[in-house]
Design a protein around this ligand. Structure first.
Ligand code: ADQ
Length: 471
């Protein structure tokens, strides 16, 4: 079975959030089941890191989308990667979605419309004469129009759209329709239209043969008005037709504190001295006071979703009770500023490193006793799984994947509502566990025994692919 996995981030080359980790790990876990190939835009970072790119096909211009060529290469471990080469669209500084000031590129409709149309051609077998796809697996709004282009061209290749986060929808003005060569008739409530705008994500929700998201809980939550972002009606329809499935993400094997070379001191479950050496290292690195109190880590994209405001509201109480907080991540400037302000008030107890660096994140998971995850919603969440592997007990809101991957009172703590009060309830339970070495260490052992391996998820995707090809 030949599967084309279309994505716009991959840890090997370029990362903005959790999608990059999934795009690097899931296709690798699927390799033993199927011929899976990645397709990515040819961003500067991608091209610079691939040693040999063979041009395999040419795409004609379409509406305002320029002509481009398709290159084929592979990762160091041999995973085939197709890159869409179009310097005019992708050879830019900044991140995949915006410039160096975090401003979205004004032509993102064309950049990702171009990717989707080319992916549909590749899947249909008209771009690489040696390969076509039996099934396309597209991810998030950026690739959500692949199923739409397949439908408009009457290509009968089945497609899956995975929703990693429904809150990002790729909304553009109506004129974009013409710019990306979409048929006029698709601007309709049962097509791409969303309140008089063009929604890329909705295109995928309508045209994909099947939808998945990254936990069963989130699959249910997005059919409700609270978390459905205005798309709950459509999602409910697809769910009732058994065309929306939740498949939990895994994490890759490098998340093992015994072998993780980025740590100040690798350690195994039970080696609490080793874990403490990592805590001492982090305290020193962030200039925090020497302390016997608990350390709370926070590793997240700094955006509204992640409930950082709840942490800021609770910070005085945490610090007043003898706790320390260490944060790393990037995101909205206003949240970054508020965190820096909290650090300036209590530099001895609140450490903040704005930026994202995988090694730094690993050191915080290894050094901290608890990981804060007060996300308002969380489709799956990866940080709470990384944290458990490293013996940092997550304190998470009972939502989405957090509810499925944290066992309350055993491997972490769940609280009920995204409010400061409810969150503090979880924090207090953590303080209380911290006072009993026996409880704390038993919980650490349970958390570290979880594997969160990709194998199970990959088997679920593989079963779904096969079911779709036979139905
Ligand atoms: N700039 C940055 N700042 C901080 N951390 C960064 C980062 N860039 C990458 N990361 C890494 O990404 C992890 C966060 O991933 P999450 O899955 O928790 O959230 P994200 O919201 O990005 O992903 C969305 O997609 C994933 C994948 O499906 C879902 O798990 C999740 O619920 C959904 O919101 C961190 O642990 C860190 O290692």
């Amino acid at each position: 079975m030949r599967v084309l996995f279309v994505t716009t981030e991959m840890d090997d080359f370029v990362r903005v959030g959790g999608l990059a980790a999934v795009s690097a790990a899931l296709p690798r876990a699927l390799r033993s089941h199927t011929d899976v190939r990645i397709m990515l835009p040819g961003y500067r970072d991608v091209i610079e890191q691939l040693t040999h790119i063979e041009i395999v096909g040419q795409c004609d211009a379409l509406a305002e989308m320029p002509a481009c060529s398709l290159g084929r290469s592979s990762t160091r471990d041999g995973l085939p990667v197709y890159v869409l080469l179009c310097d005019e669209l992708y050879d830019r500084p900044g991140n995949p979605y915006g410039d160096e000031n975090g401003q979205d590129w004004a032509d993102n409709d064309i950049r990702f419309g171009r990717l989707a149309a080319a992916a549909a051609e590749l899947a249909a077998g008209t771009l690489d004469k040696n390969w076509a796809a039996d099934l396309v697996h597209a991810n998030d709004w950026q690739a959500a129009l692949v199923p739409a282009y397949l439908a408009w061209r009457e290509v009968e290749v089945p497609s899956i759209l995975t929703i990693h986060n429904l809150a990002y929808q790729g909304l553009f003005p109506r004129e974009s329709l013409r710019r990306i060569g979409a048929p006029e008739s698709s601007f309709h409530i049962d097509g791409l239209e969303f309140y008089d705008k063009l929604s890329f994500l909705k295109g995928g929700l309508v045209y994909a043969s099947h939808l998945t998201t990254v936990s069963s809980t989130y699959a249910q939550e997005i059919t409700t008005s609270e978390l459905g972002c205005g798309l709950e009606g459509l999602l409910r329809q697809r769910s009732n037709a058994h065309e929306l499935t939740g498949i939990l993400n895994g994490i890759d094997e490098s998340w093992d504190p015994r072998y993780c070379q980025q740590l100040a001191q690798p350690f195994a479950a039970g080696d609490w001295k080793g874990k403490k050496a990592n805590a001492d290292y982090v305290r020193k690195q962030f200039g925090l006071a020497v302390s016997r109190g608990p350390m709370f880590g926070l590793v997240a994209r700094l955006v509204h979703q992640k409930g950082i405001d709840l942490v800021l509201e609770a910070a005085d109480e945490i610090v007043g009770a003898g706790g320390q907080i260490v944060v790393t991540g990037t995101g909205e400037p206003r949240i970054e500023r508020a965190l820096m302000e909290a650090h300036r008030r209590r530099p001895d107890a609140i450490g903040v490193a704005i930026g994202f660096n995988d090694a730094q994140a690993r050191r915080i998971f290894a050094g901290s006793d608890f990981t804060l995850m007060p996300s308002r919603f969380e489709p799956c969440g990866l940080s709470q799984m990384y944290a458990q592997r490293f013996g940092s007990l997550p304190i998470g809101h009972q939502t989405g994947g957090l509810a499925e991957t944290i066992t309350d009172g055993e491997t972490g703590f769940l609280f009920q509502k995204p409010s400061a009060e409810s969150f503090l309830g979880g924090v207090k339970r953590a303080f209380s566990a911290f006072t009993s070495t026996e409880t704390l260490n038993a919980m650490r052992l349970s958390a570290m025994a979880r594997s969160f391996s990709w194998d199970l998820s990959a088997a679920c995707y593989n079963a779904l692919y096969r079911k779709m090809l036979t139905s």
